[in-house]
Design a protein around this ligand. Structure first.
Ligand code: ADP
Length: 602
């Protein structure tokens, strides 16, 4: 029963158009076919039993009982064997090789047909002409029924039909030489049956394709339903987070403002010098913490609106961490903590500012939440990731709080929201910035024993192949007399920026709106650098103005400043490729950005 290895492709149905005959589809059709055929084969012994019984009633006396009994045993045995094999196939459907099973079914169909064909060889010579005709009709009818049994396999049908028709017609023509034409007629009849089977094979293929398509549509629908549900949940989460942030922010803003109004009433009452000093110090403290809160909110807003694109530059992560540790060391020492560092040289390609902010927040927290022992900051490398670990021997964090501390404004143990103990935005920013640069943050902590925050930062591919640290960290000196135009509708900003740039040796001209800026170009030509605010009061924003001036005066470097965190103008600025500076801008940052902007022109 073992089929010839080379027969695989030819035994498979191939009625579908070329485009529809992918191997998977072919296999699926074949599995469908052998399954249907196997189910019918399980009933075939009963059908064959009825045929044998019918033939016995008519012919048993005429062909003698032993001959009939031998034939009947053979015919029923073959059908029984087919039923057993079919049952086994149906039990192991998941693991069968459908091509092999199909070949086996073809072979067994030939045997089953041959059993019926044998009836012609054995019985016809022993019968009268009228009985021969009866038997002939029965034998011709059996292959037609085989179309249904074969379940659209022209190979099964062909094997079955030919195994009956060939011996039957050959025997007939030997008994009746004048009827030799019965052989070609029998073959023609078999051919027609095979064509009918081929047609059903095509129908089966189409049915399978339709089912596949239906399954795919259902799967797609389920997937898009899941996407919609996920998006809905994300939107609900975001709305809840926004409401939480707004509530906490308005509370945290209202308290210091309330305190400030009380202090202003005290100041108005002409207090003593000692009270004045105390009030001054408190006001300073309040303004500082307000600054922290606003800075944190601004960062959060920038991170949420997606306008912050991480930079990809090579920098020394060890030097960045060492600088932060040096700045925070006095804080640690004031609390009697030792700040240990293990910072082997670690070059990283990524956003230095964000990585630095992440490190600073973690180290600052470690010092803040540790009363005795030490804080250690270490760096290591795993493949193309840098790993920053900040460990402390502080109070630790309960397991159920370890997730929540990354939420905005979530603080443990600060129900009175004492602002001197932070505002609860540090870890939320660490989390958001990490997500933005593709880093992961993990926390291991045991209450009473300490915590260890580990940040795994991937090495990003350098932008434009830049591999030098010098551009990122060292501002290019500004040549004396560099002509800079500053456009801003805020007079204070124009005046202060102009003073600072002049101090650095630049020749500065200012304009408070678009038309004044155009006049500068008409009088002096294009500058070495244009610094424009995004919102200019009129209809035109800074980026649109810079693009218009460039269209007239050719290329010149542009820096855009803004206090906005989300707007169409910001999107246009990103699209134009102009460097964007978010206010408040420190002098160092301004100097660094000017240095970078002047590099191509230098
Ligand atoms: P903040 O420090 O401003 O309160 P964070 O978002 O930085 O806000 O931290 C949230 C909370 O997580 C803190 O209130 C603190 O209770 C807890 N936390 C953060 N870092 C540590 C640490 N290293 N050890 C113990 N608790 C910590």
């Amino acid at each position: 029963m073992r089929p010839a290895p080379s027969a695989a492709p030819s035994a498979a149905p191939s009625a579908a158009p070329a485009a529809d005959t992918g191997p998977t589809r072919q296999r699926e059709v074949l599995i469908e076919l052998v399954t249907l055929h196997a189910r019918v084969l399980q009933r075939m012994p009963v059908v064959q039993g009825l045929l044998v019984a019918g033939l016995a009633l008519v012919f048993i006396d005429k062909v003698t009982a032993p001959v009939f009994a031998s034939w009947a045993a053979f015919a029923l045995g073959v059908e029984a064997l087919r039923a057993v094999v079919a049952t086994r196939v149906l039990r192991t459907l998941d693991s069968i090789d459908p091509t092999r099973v199909h070949r086996g079914f073809v072979l067994m169909a030939a045997c089953a047909g041959a059993a019926d064909g044998l009836a012609a060889v054995l019985f016809l010579p022993r019968l009268e002409v009228i009985d021969q005709a009866w038997l002939g009709v029965v034998l011709f009818a059996i292959p037609a029924a085989g179309v249904a049994v074969s379940m659209s396999s022209r190979y099964i049908l062909g094997a079955f039909a030919l195994a009956i028709i060939v011996p039957a017609t050959v025997t007939w023509s030997m008994l009746h030489p004048e009827h030799r034409s019965v052989i070609p007629l029998g073959l023609l009849y078999s051919g027609l049956l095979i064509l009918v089977a081929a047609e059903s094979e095509r129908l089966l293929m189409r049915a399978v394709l339709i089912r596949r398509e239906r399954d795919r549509v259902v799967r797609d629908l389920e997937r898009s339903n899941a996407d919609v549900r996920a998006a809905q949940m994300r939107a609900e989460d975001a709305a809840q987070a926004r409401a939480r942030v707004l509530a906490a922010a308005s509370h945290d803003l209202r308290q210091p403002l309330h305190a400030l109004s009380i202090y202003s009433a005290i100041l108005a009452a002409n207090p003593s010098a000692a009270t004045l000093r105390e009030v001054g110090e408190n006001i300073d403290q309040i303004v500082r913490s307000l600054g922290h809160l606003l800075g944190g909110l601004l960062d959060l807003s920038r991170l949420s609106t997606g306008y912050l694109t991480p930079e990809r530059r090579l920098f020394a992560l060890d030097a960045e961490c060492a600088r932060i540790c040096a700045e925070l060391r006095s804080l640690a020492e004031a609390k009697g903590l030792s700040l240990r560092t293990d910072l082997p040289p670690t070059q990283l390609c990524g956003d230095q500012m964000m990585v630095g902010r992440i490190a600073r927040n973690l180290i600052d927290n470690a010092i803040k939440y540790t009363d005795r022992g030490e804080v250690s900051v270490s760096l290591s490398r795993i493949d193309d990731h840098a790993v920053l670990a900040v460990a402390d021997t502080g109070k630790g964090i309960e397991p159920h709080e370890q997730q929540r501390i990354f939420e905005e404004f979530y603080q443990i143990d600060n129900p009175g929201r004492d602002r001197s103990r932070g505002v609860g935005l540090g870890l939320a920013l660490v989390q958001r910035m990490s997500e933005l640069i593709g880093a992961t943050v993990s926390l291991a902590s045991e209450p009473g024993r300490g915590s260890c925050f580990t940040v795994t930062i991937p090495d990003a591919a350098p932008e434009g192949g830049a591999t030098s640290t010098s551009i990122a960290t060292t501002p290019v000196p500004m040549p004396a007399g560099t002509r800079i135009y500053v456009v801003d509708d805020e007079q204070d900003i124009l005046a202060s920026t102009s003073t600072l740039l002049t101090m650095w040796g630049a020749r500065v001209d200012t304009a408070s709106d678009a038309s004044a800026a155009v006049s500068l170009y008409e009088r002096f030509g294009p500058p070495a650098l244009l610094i424009a605010d995004l919102r200019l009061g009129g209809h035109e924003h800074g980026t649109a103005l810079a693009l218009r001036l460039r269209a007239t005066w050719g290329e010149f470097p542009v820096l855009i400043t803004t206090g906005e965190t989300s707007s169409e103008a910001l999107r246009e600025t990103s699209a134009a490729g102009f460097p964007l500076m978010h206010k408040p801008i420190t002098a160092e940052r301004l100097r660094e950005m000017i240095g970078r902007a002047l590099v191509p022109a230098a």
